[in-house]
Each structure stands twice: as C-alpha cells, then as structure tokens.
Design a protein around this ligand. Sequence first.
Ligand code: 2IO
Length: 406
Amino acid sequence: MFPHTFSVLSEGFAADPYRYFAQLREQAPVHYEPTIDSYFLSRYEDVKRVLTDHEEFTTGILEVRAEPVMRGRVLAQMTGAEHAAKRGIVVRGFTGRALQDQMRAVQATAAELMAPFLPRGRVDLVNDFGKPFAVQVTLDVLGLERKDRQQVAAWHSGIAEFITSLGLTPERRRHCLECAERLEARLLPLIQQRRRQPGEDLISKLCTAEFDGIALGDRDVIALIINVLAAATEPADKTLALLFKHLIDHPEQMAQVRRDPSLLPAAIAETLRYTPPVQLVPRRAEQGAVFAGTTVPPGATVFCMIGAAHRDPEAFTAPDAFDIHRPDLGAARSFTAAARHLAFGTGLHQCIGAAFARAEIETVAAMLLPLLDRVRHSPGFRYRESGLYTRGPVALPLDFTPRPVP
Ligand code: 2IO
C-alpha cells in the first residue's frame, strides 16, 4: 500500500507522524503531496543538503508563506551584506547583558504564573502555564505592556496559523491577515515613540541600532518584531511540555537531572532531537534537484521533515530512544551552528534565537523541577499532540506534591 495511499494530510499522520517516519525515509524519501504541490524530504542527509546549499535551495518561498503576515521581509529572506548587518543587530538584542536581563524576567514570570497552582498540586503545563508563559516572556523581551497579553496572544495565534498551515481556507486566510494588520497598527505608533525615547527593550534596540552603517527602517522593525513574536512564542510551550513529558516517562533520567541540573542542557537538546517542536522547514528548489533518484522540478516547494530526519538511523544510533546521554547528541554544541540535530535548522539561516531558547527553557525548567516534587501525569490522562508544522502536546495535566507559595 505504502506509499500510494499515504498522505501527510491524513488523520493518521496528524495523530502520530512518528509512526510513519521509517517507512517514509525507506520507501518514499521524496514524498509528493499533490493537493498542495509540495515535496516532503525525510532523510537526514537530504534535509541537511537542502538547508546548507543556499544556491540551489532558497527561502524565496517565504514571500508567500510568511511575508503577508510579517508585513515586510524577515532576516531569513535576506542574503549578503544586508543579511549580515541586520542579523548582527538582532543578535545583540539576545546576547550579553540583554540576555541576562531577559532571564531575570523569565524567572519572575515563571514564579508568578506557577504560584496559584502550587497549593493545588495540579497544573496543565501547556494551557495553565506554558502558553501564557511563552507569550509573557516574548512581551517582556519586546517591551510590550503586560495588559496586552490576551490581545497579543490572539493575534499571535492568527499569525502562527498562517505560517504553519498547509492549506488555508480563504476565510481563515482573511482572519490571519487581519490579525497581522491589527498588530501592525498597534506597533507603528509604538515604534515612533521608541525612536524618540528608547528604553532597554528589543524594540528600542531595533529602532536605534546601526551595524556597519546600516540602520533599520519601520518596515524592517515591524517584520522583525512580528518574526520574534512568532518564533519566540510558538515553540516555547511545546518544548517545555515535551521536556517534562520525556523526563516523566523516563524516571531514571528524571532522577539524574534532578540530582545534577548541569544535565539540563543535554536533556533539552535531546528533547529537541527526539521531538522537535518545529517539524517542517520550507525551501524552494530553484533549479530542480535529484534526491535518492527522484527528481524535483525547478521552482518546487520542498519541506524538510525535521522530526523524520532526527529519527534517521544514518544520523543517530537507536534514534527512537530518548537518551540524554547519547554520545551522538553533541550536547555541548547543541545550541550552536555545529549542532547535529536540526531543530534550529542549520546553515546561513539557522535560528538566531537558539541561545535565547536554551537559556529560557533551562531557566524555567531549573525553577520548576524543585517546585514540582514527585511530578507525574494526572490520573486518567490520555496524551495527544497536534500540529504538522509546529507540533506539541495539546495538554499536559500533571500532579505533584502540593506546597505553599514560596
Ligand atoms: C516567518 C515556525 C514560528 C522563524 C519565518 C521566517 C519564521 C522562522 C521557523 C521558526 C519558528 C516558526 N521559521 N522561526 O521555523 O523565525
């Protein structure tokens, strides 16, 4: 039957894509999906090639997949001197002193959001904690007001839906574009104000920074803000919940991490390998290409299947095992350009927020682990994930030993 009746758009694949990855890599490593006219690559080697050969495989596809909701061009679409200069500006917003301040805000936010659940001994790590946490941290980084959280969360959902969907109805598309337009209208006066009176936040830095004599215009700033909003928010709650799920499901490794918190970066890196929250990365095959004997035509849309590549036995030994000690993880390099896993992509456009993401998840996990004593799945819970592009638990209800608010 496979691969003729197989579809990445099927209910079976949506329920558990991991069940299909081996067959895909072996029997349909270049899977064509006719209704969306796109090719899905599942082998590590092919995915790596697409992400590193910038001449053959470009980010041109983002003109249609991202630009309409980013309201301008994002870093991933740029190349050469412009890319280097503007990337430099954004990097400075996420390193050194800035990163230290951001992590202090992460701690304060995590403590505040978890407090009401501590005496109850029960929390849904996705819906009670992770989602508001992810949005709040992003607001703090950008310097947006806390009272806007619900509104920004709603706009974020629409924007994320646009970027991550494989086929939108015209109605949904209109809704997503409206979210982006409303957010843009909110941001414009704010940008004018920060240009006059800059603070310590990322928006102020984007407004005032110069790199090699290049400064950012309003269009650039808007697109970068919306990009940071989506990229910092969308995968964060998923990564945190997946980390806790895997550690709860592997009690021995949970005990080791509790005893020795210096293992946390490896546990986070292995979570990103085992279950990457961003499952798909799109590119355009400019001249066409041949993968594993299958030809992809010029101009074709190809999706790199990060989750499938991470389970490729050619790349990782015993890939279906969660093991924070695996020697081929390269834990020390996992949040750098030398990472073996591809959860942050690789090559020229590798995630600019990788170090921030690591610090954020490490900070919140190091805080929560001692607070959530004997943490376990709530009785009767049936685990479910959703999302083909970004993917994570629908919910993660946990029980733990109740305690007074510290
Ligand atoms: C708009 C899927 C949220 C990014 C794109 C250029 C977004 C870009 C990504 C990740 C996560 C998103 N692509 N971050 O895959 O900035």
